[in-house]
Design a protein around this ligand. Structure first.
Ligand code: ATP
Ligand code: MG
Length: 278
């Protein structure tokens, strides 16, 4: 077990190109335990590529990606497979199998691993209960709304209780109310289970929901991170151990354009950064 505040995902001078297209040129950052780092950047800036690097689904041309203390470039195929079981990935398009039921979609990884049917069923139910979709067990993805499909993807990513979950644009295309249910889920995972995450989004508003709220286990719902009714000050946005729980990484032209906290983003006068605020 790592200690609070320990680095969980570390990128060191990561570069990656496809043919002639340089996607990431020199990207370095760290995500600490229980932190949610929000990735922002225009379409094509490399957010999905970065998440795939963190999951070991792509390897960099240069630099290192170290996750859970393991240098992913040094793992054998077998070790990489084991590593990926510890990472939950909520894909941008949901990536559900249309011909399989919700339960089968969620169970997919366990069935592949040969987990006994009874145990699988129990764990699938538990994951679907967590995303409040137990009733949809036997439905096909085509019968669900966009928000429900997104929740199924999250349930699937939760199989095996991964310490890290990578969310690729989990609220894209959803109305604000549905987007909020997804944000609440992400907060529950972070604050009840200590999940460390990277989250790509175009909607900074959603990200502020992650920065300004936390899930209160005792009350069973989200509450503002500042307890009193006064306006939040940067210090009050920090949890007890002093580590920011939500931070922001802005990508531009293959590089880290900004890496910091909400209050710095909000007071930035930079046009590129401000373009994500509207
Ligand atoms: N497998 C691949 N082969 C070739 N080029 C790729 C591949 N995957 C991604 N790219 C290119 O890498 C760049 C970054 O893509 P990426 O999908 O990471 O962008 P993104 O920031 O996630 O965009 P969006 O906001 O639209 O999801 C794009 O130019 C894309 O065409
Ligand atoms: Mg993408």
């Amino acid at each position: 077990m790592s200690h609070p505040g320990e680095p969980v995902i570390v990128f060191e001078h990561v570069a990656l190109s496809f043919a002639e297209v340089t996607v990431l040129e020199d990207v370095s950052f760290t995500v600490y335990e229980r932190e949610c780092k929000v990735l922002v950047g225009e379409s094509g800036s490399g957010k999905t590529v970065l998440l795939k690097l963190a999951a070991g689904l792509l390897q960099p041309d240069a630099g290192r990606v170290v996750v859970l203390g393991q240098d992913l470039g040094r793992l054998s195929e077998k070790q990489l497979l084991d590593f990926r079981r510890r990472i939950g990935f909520v894909f941008q398009e949901g990536a559900l199998f249309d011909s399989l039921t919700v339960a089968q979609n969620v169970a997919y990884r366990l069935l592949e691993e040969g987990v006994p049917e009874e145990e699988t069923e129990e764990r699938v139910r538990e994951a679907l209960r967590f995303v409040e979709l137990e009733d949809a067990l036997k439905k096909l993805p085509g019968e669900l709304s966009g928000g429900m499909r997104r929740r199924v993807s999250i349930a699937r990513a939760l199989m095996g209780n991964p310490p890290i979950v990578l969310y690729d644009s989990p609220t894209a295309g959803l109305d604000p109310v549905t987007a909020q249910t997804i944000i609440t889920l992400i907060l529950r995972l972070r604050d009840l289970y200590g999940v460390t995450s990277l989250l790509a989004t175009h909607r900074l508003q959603d990200a502020f929901g992650l920065a300004n709220f936390r899930f209160d286990a005792a009350r069973g719902h989200v509450v503002p991170v500042w307890e009193a009714a006064e306006p939040p000050s940067p210090a009050s946005l920090l949890p007890a151990n002093g580590q920011p729980r939500t931070s922001f990484l802005v990508l531009r032209d293959g590089r880290v354009y900004f890496d910091g906290e909400q209050h710095d983003i909000l007071k930035s006068e930079d046009r590129y950064i401000r373009s994500f605020l509207v």
